[in-house]
Each structure stands twice: as structure tokens, then as C-alpha cells.
Design a protein. Structure first.
Lengths: 119, 297
């Protein structure tokens, strides 16, 4: 008696095996995209970052707003500030921000004043 | 720092510790005082006194204020006198003040002048008997008194500022003395000088805010009991630094009514710090307040 074994009617096993890899690939792409979108545009950025940026930039819309200190000095608009106002600096947690804040003088808390007047 | 509204002015409280609880206690103090001493509230005890005929059984708080007021009358030789209620009404100050609310036609009815000395204060019975023509207005001292009472709620360092009548205790939040700005009476956006105060009180009197038109004449709330009219003073403003806000309040009003020469002499006798601004713009410093900045000479 011959027993013939027939292959089971299943999907290509390579398809099932590829799904986790596909998910991992998509997740990696998502994370990379997220970091690239959040990274600053720096004129002195290393070539590898600069080379990757145009590809990412081409795939996302232009930002609606940029920090004025991100712009090159020659491209910054002239801003007329009301008296008592100054251009604020972003609070950043990276090394550049740490160096920048170390150079900036610590704000002196303004003493509270009582105004005496007729009322 | 928190601010609330009371006695028709902004009251700011700066306190260390449980600020919320302190502010609530301060607000309650102001509310109780307003309910008791406002002549604009028909339900106040003061209004009841002003309507009463014969001896009026006063609360301990009202009687205490009247006794203190009587002492100030003697101390200022009658220049400070709360028995001006009828005069104020005759001048047009017949409701709580707000800009233009008191403006009206000229008033030709003059009230008979009242004197607190004519009011009988029976200490044993704690009754008050006033002549019918004498109406009492405690606006000249109650705000300062209330600031003093409220300041007892401050645990340690802190400040209470009620529309410019203020008490400060300890050090300010930055660790130094409290800095008091003296407003320029000619321009509320400018400051005449900044004075450092470690602990004490300050009050300012001027005719630049609480004033109204009666026909083509300006009238204001600082009444001269000698004339029964708004004081025709050659001073724009008087600021007094004193141990209590009540005292600063009374002395500032008195000096304003007296005018520059007599007011200066009066304040020097009282041995308090003060800043007088005259109509001609001159500034007179009395005592030795610790001045940090001066904008005008």
C-alpha cells in the first residue's frame, strides 16, 4: 500500500513569514521620519544628515512657521519690537541649547512693587 | 499674589505660607468691615446709626472706631473729622464713587457742619448719641483700619495693598525690603520715586481720582471741615509712611487739607515719613524714607 502525501493547500509560507519584517520596516520608517521632521535645519549639519534631508523634505509639506533663530543671519526678517519686548529663545534640551543658555545671563527676578496712590 | 475687589478698590495680598487661606481670611475681614461701616449700604450698622434718634447701641467694633476717630479729631485739631457725612452728600457724594457717576448740576444746598465732638460716646453703656444734623462718614479711616486688621492674618512676611493703602511685613519675595512706588499725581503712568520699606504702612491722599463735576466746578472727597467744602489745597498729593495704615490714612488726609506749609509742619510734629507734591510740581520730603529711585526732583 502506497501512501501518497500531498502538499496542503496553504498560502506561500514566505508571505506569512514576511509580515513581521514588513511591520518592522514600516515602524522603522515611521520613527526615522519622525526624527527627521523634528531635527533642525542647520547650515553646518554634517553631509550625511544634509544628504538625507532633501529626500525627507520632498515628501513633507513646508512648515508653516520656523523659529527666527533657525534662519540664516542674512535671511532673518527685520522685526520692530514694542518697548520692553525682546525676541524669545526656544527652550531646547540638546547640547547646542545648553551652550546657548550658559552664555545668556540669568534673568533677574523683578522685585514686587507696591504702588501707593489715591483711590 | 492674589487680588480681589472690596471697598470699591482692588485689594492685593502677598503672603508666605498658605496664601489661599490667608487671602480668604483677608477677604472676610474686608467684607465684614464693608458691611458694617459703609454709609452707602442701608443695611450697615453705620447707616443705622445715622438714622437713629436718641442713644444707639453700637457694636464693639463700631464703638471702637468712633473712639479712635474721636482721638484723631483731637490729634488733628478737628481737621480730620468723620462728622462730614451730610457735607459730602450736599457736595454730591451721595453714592459709591465711580467716574462720572457723581457728575451733576451745581448744588446750592449747603449742609450744616457737623462735629464729632458733638456726638456723645457713652463708654459704660456703649451707646452713641448724635445730634440729628450730624451724619458720620468713616471713609477717611476705615480702609486703613481694615488693612491693619487684615495684616494680622499674615503669618510672617507679606503685604496687603488696598488701592494704595498698604501694610508690609518682613521681606519681599526677592529677599529685600518692600519697594513702594509713589505715583505721580499728574500722570498715573509715571512714578515719582521708589521707597524701600522694611515693615510698616503707607497711604496716599490726593484729589485726582475721587472727584466729580457739580455744574462747572470740580469737587472732591477731601473735605475741609472748616469751610464745609472740598479742600482748596495747594497740594496735589500727600504720601505718609507710618506704623499703621489707619494712621497713615488719617495723617495724609489731614496734611492735604492743611496745605503745603501747615501740612509739612503738622507731619514734622507727627514724626512720620512723608512726601508732599505741590501744585507747582515741587516735592517735599519729610523724615528719612529709604529712597531707591527718584524720577523727578
Amino acid at each position: 500500500m502506497t501512501t501518497t502525501e500531498r502538499p496542503s493547500a496553504t498560502r506561500d509560507p514566505r508571505g506569512a513569514d514576511l509580515r513581521p519584517y514588513l511591520v518592522a520596516l514600516l515602524a522603522t520608517g515611521y520613527v526615522l521620519t519622525w526624527f527627521l521632521l523634528d531635527a533642525p535645519v542647520a547650515p553646518s549639519a554634517p553631509p550625511s544628515v544634509g544628504a538625507a534631508r532633501p529626500a525627507v523634505a520632498a515628501s513633507r509639506p513646508a512648515p508653516s512657521a520656523v523659529w527666527i533663530d533657525e534662519l540664516p543671519a542674512g535671511a532673518r526678517p527685520v522685526v520692530s519690537l514694542p518697548a520692553g519686548f525682546r525676541i524669545a529663545e526656544r527652550g531646547r534640551s540638546d547640547v547646542v541649547a545648553t551652550v546657548r543658555s550658559a552664555k545668556a545671563p540669568a534673568p533677574v527676578p523683578r522685585a514686587h512693587r507696591i504702588r501707593t496712590r489715591s483711590s | 499674589m492674589q487680588t480681589f475687589r472690596a471697598m470699591n478698590t482692588d485689594v492685593t495680598v502677598i503672603a508666605s505660607g498658605d496664601e489661599r487661606a490667608i487671602v480668604a481670611a483677608v477677604a472676610a475681614t474686608f467684607s465684614e468691615a464693608e458691611q458694617r461701616f459703609s454709609r452707602f449700604l442701608p443695611t450697615s450698622e453705620l447707616s443705622a446709626l445715622n438714622r437713629a434718634e436718641g442713644p444707639f447701641a453700637a457694636s464693639a467694633e463700631l464703638f471702637d472706631v468712633l473712639v479712635r476717630a474721636r482721638a484723631y479729631v483731637e490729634r488733628t485739631d478737628g481737621i480730620f473729622d468723620p462728622a462730614i457725612g451730610a457735607t459730602l452728600v450736599a457736595l454730591g457724594y451721595d453714592r459709591s464713587f465711580s467716574p462720572t457717576a457723581l457728575d451733576g448740576p451745581p448744588r446750592r444746598v449747603k449742609a450744616r457742619s457737623g462735629r464729632l465732638r458733638d456726638v456723645v460716646l457713652d463708654v459704660a453703656r456703649r451707646t452713641v448719641t448724635r445730634p440729628p444734623h450730624v451724619w458720620i462718614d468713616l471713609g477717611g479711616m476705615v480702609k486703613g483700619r481694615t488693612v491693619d486688621l487684615a495684616a494680622r492674618r499674615l503669618a510672617a512676611a507679606g503685604a496687603i495693598d488696598a488701592g494704595g493703602d498698604a501694610v508690609v511685613r518682613g521681606t519681599s519675595p526677592d529677599g529685600g525690603p518692600w519697594l513702594v512706588e509713589i505715583e505721580d499725581p499728574r500722570d498715573p503712568d509715571r512714578v515719582l520715586a521708589v521707597v524701600a520699606v522694611s515693615s510698616g504702612a503707607v497711604a496716599t491722599s490726593a484729589a485726582n481720582r475721587r472727584r466729580w463735576r457739580a455744574g462747572d466746578r470740580w469737587r472732591h472727597h477731601l473735605v475741609d471741615p472748616r469751610t464745609g467744602e472740598s479742600a482748596a489745597s495747594d497740594l496735589l498729593q500727600v504720601t505718609v509712611f507710618a506704623p499703621t495704615a489707619e494712621e497713615a490714612d488719617v495723617l495724609a488726609k489731614t496734611a492735604f487739607v492743611l496745605g503745603r506749609a501747615s501740612g509739612e509742619a503738622f507731619l514734622r510734629r507727627e514724626d512720620v515719613g512723608a512726601v508732599l507734591v505741590s501744585n507747582d510740581g515741587a516735592t517735599t520730603w519729610i523724615g528719612a524714607p529709604d529712597v531707591r529711585e527718584v524720577t523727578h526732583a
